[in-house]
Design a protein around this ligand. Sequence first.
Ligand SMILES: Nc1ncnc2c1ncn2[C@@H]1O[C@H](COP(=O)(O)OP(=O)(O)OP(=O)(O)O)[C@@H](O)[C@H]1O
Ligand SMILES: [Mg+2]
Length: 285
Amino acid sequence: MKKITFMNFKGGVGKTTSVCTMAELLGLAGYHVLIIDLDPQSNTSRMFGIKEDIEELNYRNLFCEKMYSKKSMQEFVVKTDYANIHMLPSSEDMCDVIYKIYDGTKEKVKDKNDRIELTFSKNLKLVEDDYDYIFIDTSPFKTYLSYCAILASDKVVTPISLDNFSYEGVLKLADLIVELNTSFKKNTEFMGVFFTKIKSKTSNLFTGMSGSYQEQLDNLFIPIAIRDLIAVAEANTAFQPLFTYNRKCPALNDYIELLNYMDMIDNKHYKILKNLLVSKKGGDK
Ligand SMILES: Nc1ncnc2c1ncn2[C@@H]1O[C@H](COP(=O)(O)OP(=O)(O)OP(=O)(O)O)[C@@H](O)[C@H]1O
Ligand SMILES: [Mg+2]
């Protein structure tokens, strides 16, 4: 498990926050992470200091043309100032690319393996060995980019928030993944959902609701919740990843537990991260 898409066709549920925080933590623990920002809003790119004036990149090639050299794929990747984190930044061009992928789906292809929705997945393979994890942040809109993201991933995970959770929405996403797997002979796995922005883990509202979701969703329910904390919102407003903004924020601990639950860190790295939260170095806000 290495390439993970964060997806929910509802907005503001914590996709970007989760991608940025989990990537930052993995980078600090020593894992090499590539973040792919597929949301034209570019919030994730900005969080890691990528300015909009980055060199003009031809995003059409990334999604619509099979590349043959690692170098051409590396042109899309930018080193960030954050430990072990590389970024494939988003751009407004991505909105146009959606239509180009759509046009491409209408072209008659002899071989099913050549279908345009698989191009991004094939191109990503050229660089994937350079990373321990690849996180894909997506927009709340279901477009051809969503299909490309699912098809390029090993797993999809869905942050949800209590205020706008929809059981049907989760089942629809699970169905979409099955449909794409069948149609493209892939085996992307739906890992399930986890709660973000939880006011209190012990409130009757949360324990009651999470109990019933656990019952309904069974193994698609990840029993780790991320607390709603002002520092997280502030870090996002300041466009700084959470640990950099405030290493004492307890939501970092929630995200470490999530990484651990999802089997993304071993025991040694789990301890390294836990120790980072209590060490004295670094500024606090
Ligand atoms: N744990 C948290 N505590 C407090 N605020 C949070 C938390 N997680 C996210 N937020 C805030 O909620 C808002 C939405 O978060 P975020 O941008 O991560 O969601 P998203 O799913 O990526 O949204 P979009 O669908 O627009 O891409 C932001 O203002 C963010 O600061
Ligand atoms: Mg987002």
